[in-house]
Design a protein around this ligand. Sequence first.
Ligand code: NAD
Length: 251
Amino acid sequence: MDIKNKVFIVTGGASGLGAGTARMLVAEGASVIIADVQDEAGRQLATELGQTYVHCDVTQEADGQAAVDAATQAGTLFGLINCAGVAPASRIVGRNGPHALDLFQKVVMINLVGTFNMSRLAAAAMSNNTPEPTGERGVLINTASVAAYDGQIGQAAYAASKAGVVGMTLPVARDLSKVGIRCVTIAPGIFGTPMIFGMPQEVQDSLAASIPFPARLGRPEDYAKLVNSIITNEMINGETIRLDGAIRMGM
Ligand code: NAD
C-alpha cells in the first residue's frame, strides 16, 4: 500500500502524536486534513506543511462530516488517524468528587464516542473508493493507551474510554472487512507530548526511567513510524498494538 497521493485525516493533528503523524504523512507524499479544536496551532501547522486545517470537534457529527468532505474534495480519503484525546485526572471520591460524573462523561465522549463518530463518517466515504489491487479501500487507526490495561489512580474515566477503543477495534475491523477497510489501534505508553509536559519534570524523569528499553519517553516520530507500518501492511487488522518500551506501571 502506497501512502503517496492518498488523503488522510488526522484528528488531534494540531499537537503531539497527531502532529508527528501529519508530518510523516506529508513527508511520504500524502495530503493531510488536520482536524482539531486548537485552531491557532492547527492552522499554523497546516500552513507550515502546505495542508488543510479543519476545525473539528470529534464529538460533533457536523464537524466530522466537514473534515470528511474536505478530505474527499482533496482526493481519495484513504485513512483516518484518530489521535484526538484528553486525559484529565479525576478521583472517584474526594477533591474532584462532585465533578466526577461530568468529567467521566466528557472524557468518554471525546476519547471513545469521538473515535466512533469519526470512524463511521470516514468509513462511509472510504467505502465508495475504487479498491486498491489488494482489495483495500482504506484504514482506520485509533489511539488507545496502556491505561486501557493498567489504569492508575485518577484514570477511571481515561482508562475506561481507552478500553472502549480497544474493545471496538476487532468488531469494527470484522464489520468493515466486507468493504476492504481495516481498523487497527495503537496503545501508546508514555510519550513526550503536551499531555505529559504538564507534569513536574521529576515525574517525567521517573516515568522515562521506568521504561525498560529504550528508557526514554516515546516520541511522536516513534508513533508515526508505527502508523506508517500499519498503513503499508494490509495484514495488520483488528489488532491493538502496544507501543510502550515494555513498561508495566503497577500501582
Ligand atoms: P496532545 O494533548 O498533544 O494532543 C491531543 C490533541 O487532541 C490536541 O491537539 C487537542 O486539541 C485535541 N483534542 C482534544 N479534544 C478534542 C476534540 N473534542 N476534538 C478534536 N480534537 C480534540 O496529546 P497527545 O499525547 O498527542 O495525545 C494523542 C493521543 O494519544 C490521545 O488520544 C491520548 O490519549 C493518546 N495517548 C497519549 C499518551 C502520551 O503519553 N502522550 C499515552 C497514551 C495515549
